[in-house]
Structures are given as structure tokens and as C-alpha cells.
Write a new protein. Structure first.
Ligand code: ZN
Ligand code: ZN
Length: 112
């Protein structure tokens, strides 16, 4: 399990997370105790969310940044490329939606 700290914007692993115990003595290993919560190992913040991997660049991000399995940077890049292709197709048709459809059906035929 990986987490994304919204405090310092760092990805950390569950294993490396700081642990806060119900009793500080338990945290020092002096007595048994319960872990009450995990904190970011870098800044000590408990403000973190689940992390998710971008399927394109394979970097980890906060899961709220991931949409369609992609990080904001990769989404932007793919959107720009799609837009460029659609622009070229628009030379043949004035209709942007039709251009997009033509492109996607072509992609499907080739790769799916
Ligand atoms: Zn942090
Ligand atoms: Zn990415």
C-alpha cells in the first residue's frame, strides 16, 4: 500500500510510514500498545490519501490526481496529441466530433 502526503507532496510506502501509538511509551518499544495511526515519514503529517500509479509514466500520484489511469501530465499530453490529430482530420471534415470518431475507429481497427 502506498500513500500520497498532501502536506509535502511525497509518496511513501506503508512500511516506511511513521507510526503513532496510543501510548508514547509503546512507540519507543517500552511496552505493548496499539498503533492508532500512520504519519508521513518525511513531514510527520497525517494528511495523506491513497496513492495510485499512472499507467503511462508509471509514477505514483495521489489517487485524486489519477483519472482514466493517467496522471495530469500524461492526460494533458495525450489530449494535446489527440487534438493535433483531430485538427489535421478537420481539414477533411468541418465536424470535430466526426473527426474524433474517424480517428478512434481507425485506432480501434489497428490496435484492438
Ligand atoms: Zn509529508
Ligand atoms: Zn503519467
Amino acid at each position: 500500500m502506498k500513500y500520497y502526503c498532501t502536506g509535502c507532496q511525497t509518496i511513501f510506502d506503508e512500511d516506511e510510514a511513521g507510526r503513532v501509538y496510543d501510548d508514547p511509551a509503546a512507540g519507543l518499544g517500552l511496552m505493548p500498545g496499539y498503533i492508532t495511526y500512520l504519519v508521513c515519514p518525511y513531514c510527520g503529517s497525517d494528511e495523506y490519501e491513497d496513492a495510485a500509479e499512472c499507467k503511462v509514466c508509471e509514477e505514483w500520484f495521489g489517487e485524486t490526481d489519477i483519472e482514466d489511469d493517467m496522471c495530469p501530465g500524461c492526460r494533458k499530453e495525450i489530449d494535446e496529441q489527440l487534438e493535433a490529430v483531430v485538427k489535421r482530420l478537420e481539414k477533411y471534415t468541418e465536424d470535430a466530433d466526426l473527426a474524433k470518431e474517424l480517428f478512434l475507429s481507425r485506432v480501434e481497427r489497428r490496435y484492438m
